[in-house]
Ligand binder design. Structure first.
Ligand SMILES: Cc1cc2nc3c(=O)[nH]c(=O)nc-3n(C[C@H](O)[C@H](O)[C@H](O)COP(=O)(O)O)c2cc1C
Length: 163
């Protein structure tokens, strides 16, 4: 079977609504991060999460080198942050103007997010042009705020649903 082409794949996936995260990592003095929507909870015991990262991404390389990552789940008012961490234009200035602190693993935990999950990298799986990283959650924090949603190629809001 030949399977589907790239355009069909993109059209189908654009119909999947997801949250938006910024995944960050550290190896020694190097920090970096990128916008990621391919994130999911994976296991309760032990507490595991999974992210899918493009092989060619700088963040993917850094996670592999540093052995850790933080998932920063974005709030509705952090659309600019999502764009900043997805843009190649200022790729080396991703953290300019961004408030963060260092998690237990060393990964940057960004302020103002819905939740921050600090993870130790425990498994890596190959998946075509991406790597699937499985992380064990070592520390976390969360706040009740409205989430940023990505659907149909654009950012959306859940208006008024969060008390
Ligand atoms: C809403 C949104 C979701 C994204 N989700 C992912 C993702 O799940 N995995 C991924 O590898 N890239 C994803 N990207 C693309 C990366 O953020 C983008 O390619 C980034 O520039 C990579 O940066 P780096 O190479 O400096 O690490 C997403 C971009 C946007 C705008």
């Amino acid at each position: 079977m030949a399977g589907i082409d790239g355009e069909e794949f993109r059209e189908c996936l654009a119909r999947w609504a997801s949250g938006v995260t910024v995944v960050t990592s550290r190896a020694g003095e190097d920090i970096h991060g990128m916008t990621v929507s391919d994130f999911s909870g994976t296991s309760l015991d032990p507490p595991l999460v999974t992210i899918c990262c493009a092989r060619e991404s700088m963040t993917t390389e850094l996670i592999g080198r540093g052995g850790c990552f933080a998932v920063n789940i974005l709030a509705a008012d952090q659309e600019d942050l999502s764009n900043q961490f997805a843009s190649k234009k200022h790729e080396m200035e991703r953290f300019v103007g961004v408030e963060f602190d260092q998690a237990e693993t060393g990964a940057p935990m960004i302020a103002g997010c819905l939740a921050n999950l600090d993870c130790e990298l425990v498994a890596t799986h190959e998946a075509g042009d991406h790597l699937i990283y499985v992380g064990r959650i070592m520390a976390s924090r969360w706040h009740n705020r409205e989430p940023l949603i990505y659907w149909g190629g654009g950012y959306r809001r859940l208006k008024g649903l969060v008390p």
